[in-house]
Structures are given as C-alpha cells and as structure tokens.
Design a protein around this ligand. Structure first.
Ligand SMILES: [Zn+2]
Length: 221
C-alpha cells in the first residue's frame, strides 16, 4: 500500500495505491478516500490516466463527503437523513434510548451500542418495504434479509440462497435512496445481471431511479 498524490483541476488529492495479484486496475471511493487496486503490470501513467478519466466524479465525491456519524459523547449520527445527538450516560447497561433528536447511550462502547440499534432499525424498515413490494408486485418468496457492513457495495442479491444483503451505512440515508437499493436487489430475482432488461424492470417500479443512482454515487459509501 502506498499513498500518492495527483492534481485534478488545481486540487491536489491523495489516493491509496494497492498493487495486487489481479488482472485489471480499478478505482473506488470509500468514505471520501480514493483507492486504486491494480495489477503490477499497470504503470503509474496508466493508473493516473484512470484517475484522470474519472476526475469529475472523484472531485464531486471527495468535496461532498462528510461523515454520517461521530460516535463520541456529544457527537452525532444520521438516521434516515435526520441528525441525532449522542449523549453518554455510562451506567454499564448495554442499551440506547431515543428521545426527540437525541440518543442516550448507557454504555461507554458508544459505537457498538448504537450500531446494534441501527441494524435493527434498518432491518425493520427494509423488511417492511420488501413485504410491501412482494405483496404488490414481485413474485419471489420473501428472501432472507441480512444487514452487514459491506466495504464497497450498497447491497447484494444471492439468488440461490434466496437472500439479500444490505449495507448498514444505508441507515444514514434518505428512505427514498434505501428504497432504490431494495428495488435494485429485488429486480435481480427477475434479471440476475445488470443488463438493459434489468434496468427496465427497475424503471417500471421507480421511474426516476437514475436520479437516485446518481445521488448514491455522489454520497459514496
Ligand atoms: Zn446489482
């Protein structure tokens, strides 16, 4: 792993370069940071050209990025795009209580306690939505729903296991964006790939899905 710098539109940005035993070279942006994974056969010039070709998206994501949480006493966390203040009252009880726009946490392991709650909140929302969509539209069986911390995806669909996974970070976002990810994953039960037909299925159910996809790209994971 190496941290390198590159100038994009008069702005110097850092990127993390990982040389791996892979065939290709690809970049991703996670939490406002640019990461490039590359095969050893790509030169720095190739790599920087790749970054340069995506400079508008990269700059947009880096400059728009702001953390969705700061798990400290007096910190905050966004839930469905609404900000909640964190107040620690450490009495050694592993629980959190939500009141108005505040979260009272009763254990010093703030992040763990809050994330346990967030998992449940997101699970409840997603299962309610999936239930609704299945009753009104889709013909698949109720899938197993999993909430996980995924490194670089909003969600994933496992056809054979009849399972859908969702990234825990979705809980911080507006519900309409979460709905897009839900519909996206459910449509994989109709079309497993990302073909034109697949996006047509999404469009039938969410005509303005492109706006949501764009918004998710800007937010980044
Ligand atoms: Zn997909």
């Amino acid at each position: 792993m190496e941290i390198r710098k590159i100038k994009l539109n008069n702005q110097i940005i850092e990127y993390q370069l990982n040389i791996k035993k892979i065939k290709k070279c690809y970049l991703k942006i996670i939490s406002g940071k640019v990461i490039v994974n590359s095969s050893p056969f790509f030169s720095i010039n190739d790599i920087e050209k790749l970054i340069y070709d995506h400079k508008e998206t990269i700059l947009k994501q880096i400059n728009n990025y702001f953390p969705k949480y700061n798990y400290i006493d007096g910190g905050y966390v966004y839930i469905f795009n609404q900000c909640y203040q964190i107040i620690l009252k450490d009495v050694g009880e592993y629980k959190a209580v939500f009141h108005d726009n505040k979260i009272y946490v009763y254990h010093y392991e703030i992040q763990e306690v809050i994330e346990t709650n967030l998992k449940k909140i997101l699970y409840d929302y997603i299962s309610k939505q999936i239930d609704y969509y299945l009753n009104n539209d889709f013909v698949c069986n109720m899938p197993i729903i999993e909430i996980k911390k995924l490194k670089s995806r909003w969600g994933a669909c496992f056809l054979k296991q009849n399972k859908v996974s969702f990234n825990l970070v979705l809980v911080h976002l507006e519900k309409c964006l979460i709905d897009y990810v839900i519909i996206h994953e459910l449509c994989h039960f109709i079309q497993p790939n990302h073909s034109k037909l697949f996006y047509q299925e999404i469009e039938k159910r969410m005509p303005d899905y492109k706006v949501k996809e764009e918004r998710l790209k800007e937010i980044g994971i």
